[in-house]
Structures are given as structure tokens and as C-alpha cells.
Design a protein around this ligand. Structure first.
Ligand SMILES: [Zn+2]
Ligand SMILES: [Zn+2]
Length: 151
């Protein structure tokens, strides 16, 4: 872990996060270093972030560096959690839920039919984009439209 004790705190507006900036002399060359404040805070308490890991903001607000909002995740776990958030996945009362892309409702996984996908050797059941109710309504509408075409 670098010696960041005198690192100055500032806010990076572009990235919407606090960062730390300090100088380090490597082989007689003075270099400017920066690190996300979240990582800096985590490392001050726990030591260096292990390889293949990242400090994540639990509430997905990159500017909220409250220690209770910081969690160490593996890179792949971190990518998954952001992918799920971007695809409408939520946790409600400790249960997995998802936003239907058709009606926009936040519904429990049981309201969706699932498809099994294998990603990097891990097979998981993923809910479909649209809930069962929307899927069957769309199927009925399509059937109706086909029937009308035939008449
Ligand atoms: Zn994150
Ligand atoms: Zn729906």
C-alpha cells in the first residue's frame, strides 16, 4: 500500500466521486498519484485491497463514501451487481425482484418465467425481461392480430 497519509481530499465532478491526491518519488522522479477516496478509506482500516477485488458503493452512489456504504467485492461479483442494477434487478425485503420492461412494475422473481444462462461456467436462472402477465397479454394480442389478418 502506498504511503498515502498526506493525501489531499477533493471532489472529481466528472466521475461524481471523491478522490485523494498525493505525490510519490519513484527512482528520484516525483509522480502525482490519485486514488478513489472510497478505496483510500477502506484501505486505511483494512489494509491493501486484494488483487481482483474492488471497493463498491452499496447504494450505487459513487459520492457516498460513508464507511457503512463501502463493501469489498470480487471484480466479477462487482460487474454482476452493476449489470443487475442496470437491468432492473432490485432486492426488496431481502428478496430478489425485477422491473418488468413492459409494464414498468417492480415484481418478485416468481412473476417472471426464467431462462437458464451460462456465464463464465456458472449457470443461473435469469428472469425474462417481461413479466408473465405482460408476456401472455402480448401473445394474445399477436394472436388476435393474426386472426384479423386472416379474415
Ligand atoms: Zn460498484
Ligand atoms: Zn409486466
Amino acid at each position: 500500500m502506498p504511503n498515502y497519509e498526506n493525501a489531499a481530499l477533493y471532489f472529481n465532478e466528472k466521475r461524481n466521486r471523491h478522490e485523494r491526491r498525493w505525490h510519490e518519488t519513484v527512482d528520484g522522479v516525483r509522480k502525482r498519484r490519485t486514488t478513489p477516496n472510497a478505496k483510500w478509506l477502506w484501505e486505511m482500516v483494512n489494509g491493501p485491497v486484494p488483487d481482483g477485488h474492488v471497493v463498491h458503493h452499496v447504494d450505487f452512489d459513487g459520492s457516498n463514501d460513508d464507511p457503512a456504504n463501502l463493501a469489498l467485492l470480487t471484480d466479477s461479483g462487482h460487474r454482476r451487481i452493476h449489470w443487475e442494477k442496470n437491468n432492473g434487478y432490485r432486492v426488496v425485503d431481502g428478496k430478489e425482484a425485477k422491473i418488468c420492461t413492459e409494464c414498468g412494475c417492480l415484481l418478485p422473481f416468481s412473476a417472471f418465467s426464467t431462462e437458464r444462462h451460462t456465464k463464465k461456467g456458472v449457470t443461473r436462472a435469469y428472469p425474462r425481461a417481461k413479466c408473465r402477465a405482460c408476456s401472455s397479454r402480448i401473445a394474445q394480442e399477436n394472436q388476435q392480430a393474426r386472426r384479423e389478418e386472416m379474415e
